[in-house]
Design a binder for this molecule. Sequence first.
Ligand SMILES: Nc1ncnc2c1ncn2[C@@H]1O[C@H](COP(=O)(O)OP(=O)(O)OP(=O)(O)O)[C@@H](O)[C@H]1O
Ligand SMILES: [Mg+2]
Length: 267
Amino acid sequence: MPGEILFELKDVCYHYPGGEEALSDINLSIRQGEKVALIGANGCGKSTLLNVLDGLLFPQKGSISSFGLILDEKNISKKDFNFAFRRRVGFVFQNCDAQLFNSSVWEEIAFGLVQLGLDTREVKRRVEDVMSMLGIGHLKDRPPFRLSGGEKKKVAIASVLSMNPEVILLDEPANNLDPRTQSWMIKLVKQLNHAGKTLVTTTHNLDIIEEIADRVVVFSEDHRIAAVGKPKEILDKRELLQQVNLVDEQFHRHIRDDLHRHYHSHN
Ligand SMILES: Nc1ncnc2c1ncn2[C@@H]1O[C@H](COP(=O)(O)OP(=O)(O)OP(=O)(O)O)[C@@H](O)[C@H]1O
Ligand SMILES: [Mg+2]
C-alpha cells in the first residue's frame, strides 16, 4: 500500500525562458511506494515534470514540496538540503549522453559514491553489486560515450541505483531498446518497486503501462493533466487517448484497411 506523500505539486506552471508554457496548473501527489507512469504525446511536458520533481527546474507559479519540505531554488541551494535530497532522489535522463561524462563505466558508476565520501571498499562493493545486477561487468573499462544506446542506458541506471535512492525518476527508459532489453527494463522497474522504491516513469508506449505503473497520469497536448487512473481504467478511455494524441485512430484504420485489402487480394 502506498505510504506517505513524498511529492506534492499545487497549481504548478512552468515555462522555459522566453518560451511557451510547458506545464499548466499541475496538481499531483506522489506517495511512497507508488509506481506512477506519466504518459502523453511529444512535447506535452513529461520530461519537464521530471526535471521539476528532481529540483532542476523551478515552477514560476504554484508550489512543490518534497519529503514534507518546500522544494524551491532557495532550499536546494542549501548544502544540507541538497545533499539529503540528492541522496533520496535519482534521475535517469531521457538522453543519457547528457548523464555520462566519466572516462570509464566503472568511474561513471562510482562517481556519485565518491562524492558522498564513502570509503574505497564500500564504493567497490556497491559498484560491483550494481554491475552484476545489471549484467554490465564486462563493460567496466569501456568509455561510456563509446557504448551502444542500450548499454549507455544500463550504465546511466547503474550510476543512479548505486546511490540507492528512495525515489527513481525514469525518463522514457524503454525507448530504443531491443525487445529483450525492454522486457528486462520492465522487470527491473517491477523489482525496484517490490524492493520499496517509488518510481515515476514517463512513456508514450501504452503497451507497457500496466506493467510499469499502478497509477497513470495522462497529459494533454496543452500541458495539463487530462486524467489520472489505474492503467486499465486509462486504457479503456479510448476517446481520451485519441484526444491527447496517444492513439491514432486513422493510423489504425489504415493498417486495418491495408491488411483487409491485402488479405482479400490473396483470395
Ligand atoms: N530546453 C528547452 N527550452 C525551451 N523549450 C523547451 C525545452 N525543453 C522542452 N521545451 C518545450 O517544453 C514543452 C514540453 O517539453 P518536454 O520535453 O517536457 O516534453 P515531453 O512530454 O517530455 O516530450 P517527449 O515525449 O518528446 O520527450 C515542449 O513544448 C518543448 O518544446
Ligand atoms: Mg521527454
